[in-house]
Write a protein that binds this ligand. Structure first.
Ligand code: TMP
Ligand code: MG
Length: 214
């Protein structure tokens, strides 16, 4: 049996990521694939609840401590992801380790410190990085109330995502990280994403799931 594909959508807040992830899972299931959504952070676990409290400013944590909790939150989901991929289920993740690096590095933590805890996690077959120019993002309504949802943090995170993109492409190949314009209607962006995912689905069958950064 063919394994499932591991697809990640990344992007800044208000890039339309969560809308597109939901549409992608629906479309995969409607076209004869088995697919499920995996959101990071997964706020339902014990670690996820600590992350949630931090993001809502109900708890204060050292920058390194919260970085490691975000990573631990991925590790506690890693076995289930590998098992489901092996059973032919495609996983669509809303954020992954790349957000982990970009947001923590944007706070000033060393890039290699940010990268290392996730080494060995399941390697996404394709990461789509949704981009919107700042002036477009600013027309999509006000930021929410969570930590990091401000223009200064988002601007610095955007710069770090560029470094993350280079790292993925250098270590794992150019075609693992593709930038997608999130400018346009929801349907236009969906069509762009679908074309890229369709190509990735054809490629994964013969390959094993890799290990991130290794
Ligand atoms: P969310 O809005 O997609 O639920 O993500 C919550 C915030 O957490 C968002 O600002 C990005 C940030 N984040 C990290 O700082 N590190 C991580 O590892 C992940 C997955 C998200
Ligand atoms: Mg958010």
């Amino acid at each position: 049996m063919a394994r499932g594909a591991f697809i990640v959508l990344e992007g800044l807040d208000r890039s339309g990521k969560s809308t597109q992830v939901a549409k992608l899972v629906d479309r995969l299931n409607q076209t004869g694939h088995k697919a499920r959504l995996q959101k990071f952070p997964d706020r339902t676990t014990a670690i996820g609840k600590m992350i949630d409290a931090y993001l809502q400013s109900q708890a204060e944590l050292d920058d390194r401590a919260i970085h490691l909790l975000f990573s631990a939150n991925r590790w506690e989901c890693a076995e289930a992801i590998k098992r489901d991929l092996a059973n032919g289920m495609t996983i669509v993740a809303d954020r992954y380790a790349f957000s982990g690096i970009a947001f923590s590095a944007a706070k000033g933590l060393p890039f290699t410190f940010c990268l290392n805890p996730d080494a060995g996690l399941p390697l996404p077959d394709l990461t789509l990085y949704l981009t919107v120019p700042p002036e477009v993002a600013s027309t999509r309504g006000a930021y929410g109330v969570e930590r990091y949802e401000n223009l200064d943090m988002q601007t610095r995170t955007r710069e770090q995502f560029a470094a993350v993109a280079r790292e993925v492409q250098a270590r794992h190949g150019e075609d693992r990280w593709v930038q997608v314009s999130a400018v346009g209607t929801i349907d236009e962006v969906e069509a762009r994403i679908w074309e890229l995912v369709d190509g990735a689905l054809r490629r994964v069958d013969e390959t094993r799931v890799g290990e991130l950064w290794l």
